[in-house]
Design a protein around this ligand. Structure first.
Ligand SMILES: [Zn+2]
Length: 565
């Protein structure tokens, strides 16, 4: 008798212990909070962690699963490309967002990634449209309408919506329209900051009328609280790494804002007032404030159905462009972003509980240092302006070979050169041959490292390396241009909407692809993982964790440290 009962008891005890563990693991989080910091290169937060508090970046880096060797594996490391990749787990070859701007051969013009005239901006007063200062990519848009319709595959948030029969609440918030729309996916709702209105806005894709709480929040005019104030250093100047380097000659001297602290926002009616807010930590503070109001008013994370909120912080990108990542401005921005992040996480903890919230933080791309800064360290770096290239010899060579020169090229919007297919057809030329010949000429220009014809990409006979694979992953046959151009490392076009800027991103080099990927909260145990992972792994990992289908175009692997943790 004793013999029999004892083993049975042991089995029962073991079974109950097992079921407790599996219950804890199978209970889905109430909220997935996806945080994206625009242009946050992987090394940047780590440089300042020792001077940050416990509840922001340090909470994530010390309590989370931290991937220290995470990269975007596509070549055109721009904002929509990175966001769409984080959202879908697909490469741009598949999700179709190959650049902030591409040449649409049907429309015969450059188009902006999420423009959609069918879904005008939803506005209280009918004529509000986005101002475009410092955002070249929006100047190409024909209308202020926005939608996710050009994203060709499902996002993780779409899968969550399908999984829950539409019961999951799904939202994307950002200063940038493309930072919000991409992450909200096709089934969610997106809000972004209109510089013209000074409000958080949306489009008719999402709503016919603003929710009352959004009208109420906007009517508080929180941006106006920054009027006649300035972005000042948070601490004593001598405590900063860049404390004696405020005035670097390559930083942009924006009218009234200047290169040195304090950076004045000017009065609230100023032409550039709201633009200046976005080139300062204020843009992120407003994004966080709006997100908190959303959490309360939309009752995010208040029941058993998993909700999804994406918050994309844009200030780091604007500050990186104007001042460079090696600047006093970036240093102070990151210390302030840490506080903004901490206050958002504390808010989520209070209202939902971090144990019930799975956080994932990453970036849409990294960024290069300002070229003169790299040069100071002895690293070859250069600002490039293709408009200054002397193209006459190149076009003469093409003319000699094909009987036609300049007319072969339709447009060059970096990184793609688009050839004029109708001209090539009319002259009965072979597209692949013309692409090869034009690529050969482009390679002769200074600082061009690679110029690869699309026909060669499609044939697949390229070297097997990260850079070439990233170019292939960026190639969407319907949207990509005919030639992909890569400059030498640390060399880039330093222009944004006619403004000469300090730094840029957009290359397949590691400083542009290397981003943080951190999962935290939801009872995850801290772990550092140095294995190479790709940003396409994030969406399928979230899908696996919740038990949804993988997003339709996803190309990544499920991260075992997160799912098994
Ligand atoms: Zn970006």
């Amino acid at each position: 008798m004793n013999f029999l009962i004892k083993p049975m008891l042991l089995v029962l005890i073991a079974m109950s212990a097992f079921s407790t563990v599996s219950n804890a693991q199978s209970k889905p989080p109430r909220l997935i909070l996806q945080i994206t910091v625009d242009q946050l290169r992987a090394d940047l937060p780590k440089r300042y962690l020792h001077r940050m508090g416990d509840d922001g970046f340090n909470y994530l880096y010390k309590k989370g699963v931290v991937y220290t060797n995470a990269h975007h594996n596509h070549a055109n490391t721009e904002t929509i490309v990175g966001h769409a990749t984080l959202a879908t787990g697909a490469t741009p070859a598949v999700h179709g967002m190959i650049g902030n701007v591409w040449f649409d051969r049907d429309d015969n013009r450059l188009i902006y990634n999420i423009e959609d005239a069918n879904y005008p901006l939803l506005s209280k007063d009918a004529d509000v449209s986005q101002k475009t200062e410092l955002d070249p990519t929006q100047k190409t848009a024909k209308s202020s309408g926005r939608s996710p319709r050009k994203i060709r595959v499902s996002t993780f948030s779409d899968e969550l919506a399908m999984h829950s029969l539409g019961k999951s609440k799904i939202f994307g918030v950002s200063v940038k329209d493309r930072g919000a729309v991409s992450m909200a996916g096709h089934a969610g709702k997106a809000f972004w900051f209109s510089k013209k209105a000074g409000d958080f806005v949306t489009s008719q894709f999402y709503y016919q009328h603003y929710p009352q709480w959004v009208l109420d929040w906007n009517s508080q005019r929180q941006p106006q609280a920054y009027a006649n104030k300035a972005w000042k250093l948070m601490r004593e100047a001598d405590t900063y790494l860049f404390g004696t380097k405020d005035d670097q000659k390559w930083e942009v001297d924006f009218p009234g804002y200047g290169r040195i602290f304090p950076h004045k926002y000017g009065d609230g009616d100023g032409k550039y007032f709201t633009t200046l807010l976005t080139i300062s930590p204020a843009g992120d503070e407003l994004t966080a404030a709006f997100s908190k109001a959303l959490i309360v008013n939309e009752q995010i994370g208040q029941d058993e159905v998993t909700d999804y909120l994406s918050v994309s912080f844009s200030s780091t990108d604007y500050i990186g462009h104007l001042f460079g990542s090696a600047s006093l401005e970036m240093e102070d921005n990151l210390l302030r972003l840490d506080q903004t992040l901490a206050s958002l996480l504390q808010f989520v903890d209070k209202h939902i509980g971090l144990n019930n919230t799975l956080i994932v933080l990453s970036a849409d791309h990294g960024g290069a240092d300002a070229a003169p800064y790299s040069e100071q360290l002895g690293i070859k770096a250069e600002y490039i302006n293709p408009k200054n290239w002397n193209t006459s010899a190149a076009f003469a060579a093409l003319h000699k070979r094909f009987g036609i020169g300049e007319a072969l090229v339709k447009t060059y919007y970096h990184p793609y050169v688009y050839l004029d297919h109708s001209v090539i057809e009319r002259h009965k030329l072979d597209l692949g041959e013309v692409e090869q010949a034009v690529s050969e000429e482009i390679r002769k220009f200074p600082s061009v490292a690679i110029a690869i014809p699309s026909t060669q990409i499609q044939q697949g006979n390229l070297p097997d390396s990260d850079v070439y694979n990233a170019i292939v992953n960026n190639h969407n046959p319907q949207r990509s241009g005919d030639i992909f151009v890569v400059f030498e490392p640390h060399s880039f076009i330093n222009e944004m909407d006619g403004l000469v800027v300090a730094a840029h991103h957009g290359s397949p080099w590691k400083y542009d692809t290397h981003v943080p990927v951190i999962f935290a909260g939801n009872k995850l145990k801290a772990k550092q993982v140095s294995r190479r992972i790709n940003t396409v792994d994030i969406a399928p990992t979230l899908a696996s964790l919740i038990g949804t289908k993988a997003p339709s175009g996803s190309d990544g692997e499920v991260l075992k440290e997160v799912v098994k943790n």
